[in-house]
Design a protein around this ligand. Structure first.
Ligand SMILES: *Cc1c(COP(=O)(O)O)cnc(C)c1O
Length: 434
């Protein structure tokens, strides 16, 4: 399969190059040049298939031309060794719990898949030069990427995070791992971490001496596998006899997750429509209302993984719909909530349904409550376990929540990190000495 850039200023590349480069040279995002519609027989039998088998069929449509069947099956099965249950919250509203993976967030799926696909290409090429993955994080991405790539041969991961600005739980998820994961505690902000990574990719000297790549959410190998769980949500609803008029609501930040759902719809998955739920960072909602896209600096909210002022995957949404505002509005509607509304929703849902939402899932749940039509069955993606935002959730609900065993394990580990300044020369000389 060929991958083109959304900016269309450079030639297509193959899958391996799209994965290793991450971003196209014209700064566009890679898109597969075909989206295959899956056969009717697949949809007829989907409710009798396992999550892994469903995902393999989807993966084959995207990656089957570039990865042999046996290896691809192994990558998919190895990635999805946890369940993604659909839980009924109330009549016609279901939560797709994406938080049962190693770091309790949906980013686990993409990060694990990408690590294994990259590992496959490294092995196939038989290269002896190590690939170095650089990732800047404000918390969630670093933990998913570090755990996804842990122990993968031929790859070393450097996680850059701002000193004192990441919660203890999150920090423990990427500083206690050891092996091929190195945590770098930067004396600066998240933006400083991100600019160090960007400078490293642009530094000719560094790139001549070592192989560098990124694992951020624009990478096709992180982004496309997110389509898997939309199919599985449909399969679970079909089993319940409720799959007609399925509406999916996605708490959105960089819009990678929802865009993967739009791809699933293009592959024939009968999702009637999507709702993009935002916090106060409502750039996409404003686009839907006005047809004009105006990025803004992000505002801090309690659903902080959605604090994005210029969603990177917007370019993919535009490309998918050939820049037609009307077609986009036909498939997606938007809504946004401020922190007070998010907290109210969390309290209300807990009181009425005894279901604990995290602040991100709360936006999704509330958007369904507000926008669902009587004949529709709604599914919202619960993107993180509430314990990942323990203090916020406990303050709002006024009750203690349990930390799952998986998270407790991380917190028992010993922190190993290396202090660095925000000066690029320090970072560069550190990397060159490795
Ligand atoms: C990353 C993240 C999101 C936003 O997902 P996008 O793909 O960036 O839209 C929502 N919720 C949580 C918990 C996240 O970590």
């Amino acid at each position: 399969m060929k991958y083109y850039s959304t900016n269309k200023l450079v030639n297509c590349v193959d899958l391996e190059n799209a994965v290793v480069k991450g971003l196209a040279e014209d700064k566009g995002l890679f898109m597969p040049d075909k989206i295959k519609v899956l056969p009717a027989s697949f949809y007829q039998n989907i409710d009798k298939m396992s999550f892994q088998d469903i995902a393999y069929n989807v993966a084959d449509a995207f990656f089957g031309e570039d990865v042999d069947a046996e290896s691809l099956k192994k990558i998919v099965y190895d990635t999805l060794n946890f369940d993604v249950p659909l839980v009924k919250v109330e009549d016609s509203i279901y939560s797709l719990e994406l938080f049962h993976g190693p770091t309790l967030a949906f980013k686990d799926v993409g990060a694990r898949f990408m690590s294994r696909l990259l590992g496959y290409f490294i092995q196939k090429e038989g290269e002896n030069k190590k690939v170095n993955v650089l990732v800047a994080t404000s918390g969630d991405t670093g933990s998913a990427v570090a755990n996804g790539f842990l122990g993968v041969k031929g790859i070393h991961v450097y996680v850059l995070y701002p000193k004192g600005k990441v919660s203890k739980i999150q920090e423990s998820q990427f500083t206690t791992l050891g092996q091929n994961i190195t945590a770098l505690e930067i004396d600066g902000t998240f933006d400083d971490c991100q600019s160090l990574v960007k400078s490293a990719f642009m530094d000719a000297d560094l790139n001549a001496k070592m192989k560098l790549t990124s694992a951020n959410s624009i990478n096709v190998a992180r982004f496309l596998p997110q389509a898997f769980y939309y199919f599985y949500a449909y399969a679970q609803l079909k089993k319940l006899g409720k799959a007609d008029n399925m509406v999916v609501c996605v708490p959105s930040g960089n819009f990678g997750n929802i865009t993967a759902g739009l791809f699933a719809k293009r592959m024939g998955l009968p999702i009637k429509r999507f709702i993009a739920a935002n916090n106060r960072n409502d750039i996409f909602l404003q686009y839907l209302l006005t047809g004009i896209y105006t990025p803004r600096p992000s505002i801090a909210t309690i659903a902080n993984a959605m604090d994005v002022g210029d969603p990177s995957n917007f370019a993919r949404v535009l490309d998918l719909y050939e820049h037609s505002h009307e077609s986009i509005c036909n498939d997606i509607s938007g809504v946004s909530y401020n922190d007070t509304q998010i907290a109210y929703t969390m309290r209300n849902c807990y009181a009425v349904n005894k279901y604990i939402l995290d602040p991100h899932g709360a936006c999704g749940y509330e958007a369904l409550k507000d926008m669902q039509k009587p004949d529709e069955t709604g599914v919202f993606l619960e993107t993180a376990h509430p314990a990942k935002f323990k203090d916020t959730v406990e303050n709002i609900l006024g009750t203690q929540i349990q930390i799952p065993a998986k998270l407790q394990e991380f917190m028992k580990g010993t922190k190993q990190s290396i202090d660095l300044s925000k000066d690029f020369e320090d970072f560069k000389s550190f990397l060159l000495k490795r």
